[in-house]
Design a protein around this ligand. Structure first.
Ligand code: C2E
Ligand code: MG
Ligand code: MG
Length: 530
């Protein structure tokens, strides 16, 4: 046996003895052994090169490439087989490492929800507490209200859908980066929220989490709303005991759950098709009107119709909930028809009383805008002899792709004198391309940009947005004006149209009509600035 052969056998023996290679060293070891085994240059790169190089595929777009030394002999069959053996060991090691990680994860996660299991959660909590520097964090404890009843009425399989959906929502980005959540068993969940600023920050986060978790859940044919009780424990110092934090959060959750009035105790079957249809038929879907004002002329130019609904047992249902449910049940057009009927009639009366035409804003969901919509296609005919101009508002949040079908119906509406508006612009989701995709009648700037105007940074964003809208020859409406300062900021930026509680909150038709009878279309103003 020659000295060269000994080296080759040593390399193979070493590499094989170390199997499986540790994941983080696979590439380094592969290179080392390959360089010892064959002459010339050996490297790892993300593309293969043609012969006379030897290129071997490692998977995942990585290649081991050996190049002949300049003027040297071509690679022998033995060189090739050696490199192949090393690459096979490398890929086998990687597969083993991945499988181990997967098994470990499976053992640590809850199968139903995909969240961590309680034991691992405690481990992570301990690690987090001992490794953090001066970070403010919080432990949350969550429990679904009325889960027992849910199990009884739905059966376990459907009740599991609720648990699964809560898991999905807890794994979404509702918690800040670095946070983690677990299923503690049954219908109990816990989470660690990282990188908080202060108690107020935590309060906001919990409120948002609460809203997210109580959003409609589709179970079979029905839409269900569940309430989740949440308790929280804020930790400002690394010396807090992790178990004590968890207990504190759980205790607070139980107190909150007890404090609820029985009437509020869910689960709320707040609708299925029949329930929603009954609400519509029995006139429990109503409409509120909020004026849109012209800041220059200081008068009302129109109103936005906002849906309002009551569920007999539970009182008011939020518009977002109602729309979410109607969307799930494919009943959006039925709901919009109610708002349109009511809106056109009310606007007709107000316009008659004011002695001048008015604009009516009605919200629709993006998915309602399509060529085959009987509801939308009937609109131009209906508008013909009304003294009302209709604008359909579509939230920027939901506009995905503006297709030929949407363009066709938009053109048909435009020909019938009906405008379209972008709603909630700047709420954080938009593609700016949206602005140029249609000749919008209004671009309603979301309160998220308006409310920021106290700080000069916010005003710069609002200024840029309103300037951009102007440069595209479109009309901005400032939404959610609550204070004189916000109204002044909008005016200073040259925004002409505005809406918000500072001028008038949404009110029932009778109140809107009475106010026009008393004051005409004069711009209402809220309390004077302090
Ligand atoms: P939107 O179209 O952006 O309506 C404006 C929302 O801001 C309304 O909430 C209104 O009550 C609220 N608002 C008015 N002034 C102020 C203010 O000064 N400050 C703040 N913070 N808020 C103010 P609302 O009525 O809860 O409606 C929420 C959303 O639900 C609407 O947002 C709209 O997207 C949707 N919506 C309402 N009615 C309908 C409808 O008939 N059909 C559809 N598809 N969606 C609707
Ligand atoms: Mg709107
Ligand atoms: Mg809006």
């Amino acid at each position: 046996m020659s000295g060269d052969d000994r080296v080759l056998i040593d390399v193979l023996a070493e590499a094989a003895t170390e199997m499986p290679w540790p994941e983080e060293r696979i590439e380094e070891w592969l290179l080392g052994w390959s360089r010892r085994a064959v002459p010339g240059d050996v490297l790892l790169q993300d593309f293969a090169t043609p012969p006379p190089d030897v290129s071997l595929d490692l998977g995942e777009q990585r290649f081991l490439v050996a190049r002949r030394p300049p003027g040297g002999l071509p690679f022998s069959e033995l060189d090739r087989r050696l490199l192949n053996a090393l690459v096979t060991m490398a890929t086998a090691s990687r597969h083993a490492a991945r499988r181990d990680a997967r098994l470990r994860r499976q053992a640590l996660t809850d199968e139903l929800t995909g969240l961590w299991q309680q034991g691992h959660f405690r481990e992570l909590l301990d690690q987090t507490m001992s490794s953090r520097s001066d970070e403010t964090l919080a432990v949350l404890f969550l429990d679904i209200d009325g889960m027992k009843r849910l199990n009884e009425t739905l059966g376990h399989l459907d009740a599991d859908v609720v648990l699964q959906e809560i898991g999905v929502r807890l794994r979404s980005d509702v918690l800040p980066p670095g946070s983690f959540a677990a299923r503690m068993g049954g219908d109990e969940f816990a989470a660690v929220v990282r990188h908080l600023e202060d108690a107020a920050d935590l309060e906001r986060l919990v409120a948002h989490l609460h809203e997210t978790l109580r959003g409609p859940i589709l179970v079979g044919e029905a839409v269900l709303q569940v309430e989740v009780s949440i308790g929280e424990a804020l930790s400002l110092s690394g010396t807090d005991d992790p178990d004590a934090l968890l207990r504190r959060a759980e205790r607070q959750m139980r107190q909150r759950k007890r404090a609820r009035t029985p009437a509020m105790l869910p689960p709320r079957w707040y609708d299925d098709r029949t329930v929603l249809r009954d609400m519509i038929d029995q006139g429990r879907v109503e409409v509120a009107y909020q004026p849109v004002v012209d800041l220059g002329a200081e008068e009302i130019v129109g109103y936005e119709a906002l849906v309002r609904a009551r569920q007999l047992e539970f009182g008011p249902v939020s518009p977002m909930m109602l729309i979410g449910a109607a969307a799930q049940l494919r009943m959006l057009d039925e709901l919009t028809a109610v708002v349109l009927d009511h809106g056109l009639e009310t606007m007709g009366s107000i316009a008659a009383r004011a002695g001048q035409p008015l604009t009516l804003g009605v919200n629709i969901e993006f998915e309602q805008l399509h060529e085959d919509s009987r509801l939308l296609r009937s609109l131009p005919g209906r508008m013909a002899d009304l003294d009302v101009h209709l604008v359909l508002e579509i939230s920027e949040r939901h506009v995905t792709r503006w297709t030929p079908s949407q363009r066709a119906i938009a053109a048909e509406l435009a020909a019938g004198g009906i405008g379209l508006a972008v709603d909630d612009f700047g709420a954080g989701y938009s593609a700016l391309g949206l602005l140029t995709s249609w000749d919008w009648e209004w671009v309603k700037i979301d309160r998220a940009l308006i409310a920021d105007t106290e700080g000069s940074g916010g005003r710069t964003v609002l200024g840029n947005v309103s300037r951009m809208i102007g440069e595209l020859d479109q009309v901005a409406v400032a939404e959610g004006i609550e204070t004189a300062a916000e109204a002044a900021a909008a005016r200073a930026l040259g925004i002409t149209l505005a809406q918000g509680t500072y001028f008038a909150p949404p009110a029932p038709a009778e109140a809107a009509l009475a106010s026009v009878s008393a004051l005409g279309l004069q711009m209402p103003t809220g309390p004077a600035p302090e």
